[in-house]
Unconditional design. Structure first.
Lengths: 241, 241
DNA sequence: CGAAGAATTGAGTCCTATCAAATGCCGTGG
DNA sequence: CCACGGCATTTGATAGGACTCAATTCTTCG
């Protein structure tokens, strides 16, 4: 039982690729004006409230999504309730890279999310006739794979403190790319402590304690909805170590 | 300092796609006879002794590889020596899916390995003119991504026993695919205990103790270079849990 | 047969998890 | 405006699973 994710009122996005803020960093960046017009015809704006589910692991993958704003958590669950977040999708990210028939993980909006939604079949057909689009999808997929392998290193071999610091630096990097390369000392954290814990393979208590310790160190400052990084050098040491 | 990986004597493989045992399960399965002949011209047989390094993380990616026999470990290291194995490449697997300019991880042969090696540039050029080959690479990449995400769940949220059992069942599945779907109760383990530990985010002692416990349980039997699964039902319970 | 590496086993410790309680935050409604 | 309730987060006390260090034992192979 969840909303279909249609935007209230008129189409907010999806019909307006030429004005799209995230196009340069998203899959669509490789399409020319003609192709964009074609894409617009296929796209449906899709808006989601915070905590709303976009799709559930194992369900038939009817749609693929291009996130235009907001953050989405992607996760897998074990039958006993243990959860592993496999990634956070930021604006510009694409959900459904595999174009497979069922979703390999669940996804829900962490904050209000706007996305371009496409019927998977139609999108796959477009990809079939546009090799450069396929090429782009492949680049995105292999980039995701690299991130996943880095995360394996993090989950398997790093301490709680290293995990948290690496996470913050990695997120900072991703926000910077979205903001035209401008890095900020403040890292926005729209996700909860529990989400962070489930991403890093820790408990919420350990995440909280580690934040507190780093704050006492003056390594960072906890601010509303984020952290301000005070000692970048030390953090980069910890993340590299 | 490592051998160039040229096979001793005449070309053993790489020039004989039509006789290739792993072609049906590998990337090349989508190529027709003409394309295979073209591919043969580009391919260079590449043989590697046990423990030999194929390539090192960060190096310029001169070659891509199609494994025809043997097992390769793929891993990342931290400056202080901690290691995370991000995957084991089996016959049919492709190394260099991303076609990027540097290798994102290191690779070495666990046992004697034979592979088809291609200059990355030439292979990329071929991919550019054969969209169905790109499509195939993309399928492989997204499959790898799914495996990586499953591994994230394993590393972040499973206990030592669950990790080991999931690993054994997963490997059994992969061997079965290679052997035409015939599953065997015995799982070959060409990798060392240390390799298994570094794949599962454990220490060698914990791996060893967990094996011993499962053997005392009569859940499995430790045999030379592998294990025989005695209580599949119990193992599947543990892996699902 | 003997050396070297791999694997196992044992004892003790530590990092992170667990359980529990207190505090902080925020939107609602009196 | 402020009290209240519900949820998120922090903090505290304790426990436990996996790690570390150390010593055998088992394999392999010259």
């Amino acid at each position: 039982m969840r909303s279909e994710g249609n935007c209230v009122g008129r189409a907010v996005s999806g019909g307006r690729c030429d004005a799209c803020q995230v196009r340069p960093v998203s899959v669509c960046a490789v399409l020319d004006a003609d192709e964009l017009r074609h894409l617009e015809l296929l796209s449906q704006p899709s808006c989601h409230l915070a905590k709303e589910t976009l799709f559930v692991q194992g369900e038939p993958a009817e749609s693929v999504y291009n996130i235009t704003s907001g953050v989405v958590r992607l996760y897998k669950m074990l039958p006993d309730g243990r959860r592993q977040i496999v990634g956070f999708a930021l604006p510009g990210d694409f959900l459904g890279l595999a174009l497979r028939d069922t979703y390999p993980f669940s996804a829900d909006a962490i904050e209000p999310v706007v996305a371009c939604r496409f019927a998977r079949g139609a999108y796959a057909a477009l990809v079939d006739e546009k090799p450069h689009l396929l090429r782009r999808l492949h680049e995105f997929a292999t980039h995701e794979l690299t991130l996943a392998q880095d995360q394996m290193m993090l989950l398997g071999r790093r301490t709680a403190e290293e995990k948290l610091v690496s996470f913050l630096l990695g997120l900072r990097e991703r926000w910077a790319k979205l903001h035209g390369g401008k890095v900020s000392a403040t890292v926005q954290l729209p996700m909860s402590r529990q989400d962070i814990a489930d991403f890093l393979g820790l408990t919420i208590e350990t995440v909280s304690r580690t934040f507190t310790r780093l704050a006492k160190d003056r390594t960072l400052l906890i601010v509303p909805d984020g952290v301000r990084l005070l000692n970048l050098e030390r953090m980069e040491m910890l993340a590299a170590a």
